[in-house]
Design a protein around this ligand. Sequence first.
Ligand code: FES
Length: 384
Amino acid sequence: MADDSPKSVVNGLLGHLPPWPRKQLSNSLIAMEQACRQREGLPLLSDADIAALKAGQPMQWESGDAASTPASTGAPPTPAPAAAVAAPAAPAVAAATSAPSGAISEEVAKWVAAGKKWSKSSIAAEQAHRGRKGLPALNDAEITALLGEPLTPATAPAAAAPSAPAAATAASAPRPAAAAATVTASAAASVARGGDATKYVGTPAVGTSKAVAGAGVASVGPEDNEINRQRRRLVWSTVAAFLAAWFIAFFRFFLPRTLFEPATSFKIGYPEEYGLGVDTKFQQKYRIWVDRTPDRLFVIYARCTHLGCTPDWKASENKFKCPCHGSGYDSEGVNFEGPAPRPMDRAHVEKSPDGQILVDVSRLYQWPKGQPSQFNDDGSYLPV
Ligand code: FES
């Protein structure tokens, strides 16, 4: 079956590598191959294989040395560990026990002791990084330890100790024994610690840290990375904004509801600025019309005397017309049609010290029906 694939040979797994004869391979190419094998769950290249690839030499199993091949269980053959070549007569597990690839370096032991969990992709990235830098790749024991739960410093050496067959078997099993590749890394790590193959899945809930610790599982919270920090900031900003809005609404309740009305007394300019007739420029602002006749100037308060609507000035008809019920007023605000009972009121006017017209709409002059007119009282007009 192995011969069916152009990428595999009888005594080893060629993977994505070019077949022999080939030139020297660069560190980056070897690192890419390691990363691909890591992703695809294939046995990694051993240190001896990497050295041979860098030197442009055939790998051990490519040279036809059958004694150097590892035991195969029917699955795709794997490259032989370097230690296996040195001791061909030893059983695969025993050879792996003394192999350099089974030892956990101090650096990896520190990582494991620090409790940081590694994913397969992060380990592949580390392998690629080491390949680029020309550093030795992570061996199986190190990968197993990094993938599993955190190891204590006391258990880290045990994974590589020759006197601990069970631990060494688990640590080095994925490479020499192809069948063992099906064993998950976390389970192997559990066996390596000599404990039960129990794996905690998910994030420990708050309050279960003792139970988790009792089960031999480290309680690791969410990583303190930039994304998590941004999420926390967003949550706290939302909470703060909600509380601020709530407090503003709460204190606003105690403030008085003030209605700001326009001033009732104001200046509207000089008498010379107004020509004969009706001027509507202050209708919107002060609700008045300025009316000038040949001998006087007065201010009409723009409110219908029927029910209080604001009439419109119809210049073409020279009259005011109330839109509500049709009352009509002449150009001086005197009613002549419709339900309006009397002429529109006039506001108090006087000259201010600066010569401008000062209007006070709080003081109105009226001409009630059947009663004397106030339109000739002092203050109801300005003589011009
Ligand atoms: Fe003006 Fe009725 S309110 S006519």
